[in-house]
Ligand binder design. Structure first.
Ligand code: PLP
Ligand code: SF4
Length: 317
């Protein structure tokens, strides 16, 4: 991953951050990981455009507001064994690693993700898989992280083999930003590792139509050709997609690439993310404005994570 830019200074040298802002943002990288792939760098036209805002470190990240917390989705109390989160009876998360292709400035797991972060050891992975094997109520195994598509096809394939072999597991799901953040990682070998006898859902995290450029369409086509059902997951972000036009274009673009918009998340209050906050009332008005304007199937569920581990609920519902 050495081809990614991993510091404010490197981003300034590449012309993506103005030198003065790079200096002010230097302190951010000591606290939160920074990574911009060549694909993402090619999409950034200005530091505060909808792509730059998502990925370029900003000194505002150093200000934590009283209501912001390190574990906004409250995963910790729902962790029966390292790397597993079990909040709903019929589905559970498996986090095999905490590295990502890019580090989003609004990330709800920003206190936990990072390039050195959290690869489960073989013994920990075995223990996590043993938990799935011993928990027959779980019908869907959801790989997340970090980003599971950062794993080698071989390692990912072995995890999926083990889960698929469990009779009670009916569905496999992977949440990933790789197809739009580092599309060259979606090789034929990776796609082959995802080709399964049981249904596999690939939930692609994307927040702006412009992310579906360059090699991203080919990566999505390859995943679709491997038999994955493609869903889209987005976060409502001030300055990135908080307009009718931006959301319409995002959801229409997803569908053009066979990605069904699934969730639009209200931003979780992770530390130093206040500049991205969109009031729920504004989000509800945006969704209401899209009704009738775009097909019903193009409109995702607008959801918020209840504090204290209550899970996802419809905003205003
Ligand atoms: C979001 C989430 C899921 C998946 O929920 P869906 O509504 O099925 O997408 C599963 N487990 C946990 C802990 C989650 O936070
Ligand atoms: S890819 Fe996902 S987990 Fe990784 S930094 Fe971005 S939002 Fe966080």
């Amino acid at each position: 991953m050495s081809r990614s830019l991993r510091s404010a200074a490197a981003l300034a040298a590449a012309g993506l951050l103005p030198p003065a802002r790079a200096e002010a943002a230097g302190a951010v990288e000591a606290r939160y990981a920074v990574a911009v792939t060549p694909h993402v760098a090619s999409l950034i036209a200005a530091p505060d455009d909808p792509i730059g805002l998502q990925y370029l470190p900003d000194p505002a990240e150093l200000t934590t507001l009283p209501h912001e917390t390190a574990d906004p989705t409250a995963d910790a109390p729902f962790t029966p064994v390292k790397g597993v989160v079990h909040r709903y009876p019929d589905r559970a998360l498996l986090k095999p690693l905490l590295a990502c292709p890019v580090y989003c400035r609004f990330c709800f797991r920003r206190e936990h993700v990072g390039p050195e972060g959290g690869v489960l050891t073989e013994a920990e992975l075995d223990a996590a898989l043993a938990w799935f094997a011993a928990t027959p109520a779980v019908r869907e195994a959801i790989l997340t992280g970090g980003d599971p598509l950062m794993l080698s096809p071989r390692r990912l394939g072995r995890i999926l083999d083990a889960l698929e072999a469990m009779p009670h597991i009916e569905l496999l799901r992977i949440h990933s930003r790789v197809p739009v953040a580092d599309p060259p990682l979606v090789t034929e070998a990776l796609a082959a590792a995802l080709r399964r006898g049981k249904p596999l859902i690939l939930c692609v995290h994307a927040n702006h139509a412009r992310e579906f450029a360059g090699d991203a369409p080919a990566a999505l086509a390859r995943l679709h050709a491997a038999g994955a059902m493609l869903l889209g997951q987005s976060v409502l972000l001030s300055g990135v997609n908080d307009s009718e036009a931006a959301l319409e274009e995002l959801f229409r673009t997803m569908l053009r690439h066979r990605v069904k918009p699934y969730y639009l998340h209200q931003l979780d209050p992770a530390p130093g993310t206040a500049r991205f906050h969109v009031p729920p009332r504004r989000g509800l008005a945006l969704i209401a404005a899209l009704r009738g304007r775009i097909p019903g199937h193009a409109i995702p569920h607008y959801v918020v994570e209840r504090p204290g581990g209550g899970g996802k609920v419809p905003v205003g519902g």
